[in-house]
Design a protein. Structure first.
Length: 346
């Protein structure tokens, strides 16, 4: 995608107020101390609007910068109740995944949460989203209660930095998303391109998963750097050639679940995009595989004139983005088809 000047924020960020943290000794000898902290933001939208955004976890990657991918394992009914979910998110430059239990209360506009099985060095992590009516809209409070294995000072410092950074980013992004939702303004859209491939889902998934080989296999890819510190969780940095002869660098986190899906989120977006998430989805039947490239983007409307010209419209920006992203993903699907079908016929 051309026009790739990194996105800049043009307006002021909402003020996030941080309450003083409190440290409580463990209840039994040997228990780690718990740290409690609260972050608060004013949101110019009704509590029901804000709560709906918090309840719909699968949309969190479009709202919260740290969230890469989210899925329900057990979903509460509309009336509320317990549920389970899995999250993948960035923290202090890395990527972590965990499962959480939540209790959703749509009447009181509260959601409590806690990690199922915290992974060392985290001993415990939980908290609550609280949405209250306030002048001009709502007040949102995000609380956390956490502990480190062995009360390790270095880990506590890491946790404090991660919780504070993610909480500030999440609340500021929530305020922006709620304001758009409250006014009915929709700047996000989803589109897909599909291709039939004579092969197995596993073979196509391998082609898409092993992106370190894309320099040799995809003409539009000039450079690839792939790291995978957690199985199935990749950070992919890539230089891509564009139709006008220029190139741009993208950096994404990918969640790879063989043999049927790869979900990803760009960590740095082009100027026209506030958010870009995507998926490679593979559906196998007796005759082969339907491979689908899905993109969901949120436009950075303030950048349209700067990037495409003063007279450019939002509709033109949508068309530009769709054409650029579809061109590369469709080319990748065609190369995957040629690679898999060539391998199978050899």
């Amino acid at each position: 995608m051309s026009k790739t000047t990194p996105r800049t924020t043009t307006g002021p960020s909402p003020d996030v107020i941080v309450g003083p943290s409190r440290r409580t000794p463990g209840e039994r000898p040997g228990d780690p101390s718990r740290v409690d902290v609260a972050h608060t933001v004013a949101v110019p939208a009704a509590p029901a609007v804000v709560f709906a955004l918090l309840a719909d976890v699968e949309r969190w990657p479009l709202i919260f910068p740290p969230t890469v991918h989210a899925r329900f394992l057990e979903r509460a009914p509309d009336s509320g109740g317990p549920e389970r979910l899995q999250l993948w998110a960035t923290a202090n430059g890395g990527v972590r995944t965990w499962t959480s239990r939540r209790v959703v209360d749509p009447v009181r506009h509260r959601i409590s949460f806690g990690q199922d099985r915290p992974v060392a060095p985290i001993a415990a992590m939980g908290g609550e989203w609280i949405v209250r009516p306030a002048p001009g809209g709502s007040e949102v409070v995000l609380t956390h209660s956490y502990a480190a294995v062995g009360d390790d000072a270095e880990t506590l410092a890491w946790l404090e930095k991660a919780v504070d950074g993610n909480s500030r980013a999440e609340l500021a992004a929530l305020a922006d998303a709620a304001q758009d939702a409250g006014t009915g303004r929709e700047t996000g859209f989803t589109f897909r391109d599909s291709l039939r491939i004579d092969g197995t889902a596993a073979a196509v998934h391998t082609f898409l998963d092993r992106a370190e080989h894309w320099v040799e296999r995809l003409p539009h890819v000039a450079r690839v750097e792939l790291t995978e510190d957690l199985p199935g969780v990749q950070i992919l940095e890539m230089d891509t050639r564009t139709a006008d002869g220029s190139s741009h660098t993208t950096r994404s986190v990918r969640v790879c679940a063989a043999p049927h899906s790869i979900h990803y989120k760009q960590l740095v977006t082009p100027a026209l995009l506030r958010v870009h998430t995507g998926s490679w989805l593979l559906t196998e039947d007796d005759e082969g595989v339907t491979a689908t490239a899905e993109h969901t983007v949120v436009l950075e409307t303030d950048a349209i004139g700067r990037v495409l010209g003063a007279d450019a419209t939002e509709e033109q920006a949508r068309a530009f983005v769709r054409d650029a992203l579809s061109r590369n993903s469709s080319a990748t699907l065609r190369q995957a088809k040629a690679f898999v079908e060539g391998t199978l016929s050899a």
